[in-house]
Ligand binder design. Structure first.
Ligand SMILES: N[C@@H](CCC(=O)N[C@@H](CS)C(=O)NCC(=O)O)C(=O)O
Length: 213
């Protein structure tokens, strides 16, 4: 199994974290998105028409893009994706929330902050910061009195939301305002198989080719 990925990507981190929780070996293939490697003819034709990472190649020649789709695929048949249809739908609920409310706001604000782009779009930056806080506040309301997002046990919903939430301070979000979210982050981090911080963004940051476990 191969994972096409870029080290500072929090979308890619979701998949790396799940593979680590599941203790599944894979080959990491570095894709330098700033050098256009996710937009080559081969990449958009065969791997992801949208020209982005992460992309999973579970077996030679079969490709799956979109971080949350990859999480759902890999978690099938494991305790990280509930069998019960309604609980499973709740996992989907949080994965859609992640892509709709968390990633475009907290994720974009962090990316602009770390790559010096914040001052280029002041009004959009302000708006996305505001919406990022709304997303964090929604999580805070839900997590008060709960241990994990769905069914009181860890699922891929926790992995997906953990990715951008744990680095939200890099975008200027003060997580001290969200005590239930902060306590949940610690619980997710304490899971066996946890992997640490994301590589920093640089204009030409690379991941090192390796076989990760
Ligand atoms: N919705 C996608 C977003 C993927 C995405 O935005 N990936 C970024 C890295 S975090 C990327 O590859 N950007 C390169 C580009 O847009 O050209 C997912 O969840 O996988």
């Amino acid at each position: 199994m191969r994972l096409y990925d870029y080290a500072p990507s929090a979308n890619g981190y979701k998949v790396r974290l799940l593979l680590s929780w599941l203790d599944r070996p894979y080959e990491l293939v570095p894709v330098d998105i700033f050098a256009g490697q996710s937009h080559t003819e081969d990449f958009v034709r065969n791997k992801n028409p949208d020209g982005r990472v992460p992309v999973l190649e579970p077996e030679p020649g079969r490709f799956l893009a979109e971080s949350n789709a990859i999480l759902l695929y890999l978690a099938r048949g494991t305790p990280l994706l509930p069998e019960d249809a309604f609980e499973c739908a709740h996992v989907h609920q949080w994965l859609f929330f992640e892509q709709n409310s968390m990633e475009p706001n907290v994720g974009t604000v962090r990316f602009w902050q770390l790559t010096g782009r914040a001052s280029r779009h002041p009004e959009t930056f302000r708006l996305r910061t505001e919406r990022g806080h709304e997303a964090l506040a929604a999580m805070e309301r839900h997590l008060r009195g709960r241990t994990f997002l769905v069914g009181e046990r860890p699922t891929v919903a926790d992995i997906s939301l953990y990715a951008y939430t744990h680095v939200a301070p890099e975008g200027g979000f003060d997580l001290g305002r969200y005590p239930a979210v902060s306590a949940w982050l610690e619980r997710v981090k304490a899971r066996p198989g946890h992997i640490g911080a994301l590589a920093p963004y640089t204009a030409n940051a690379h991941v090192v080719t390796s076989t990760a476990a």
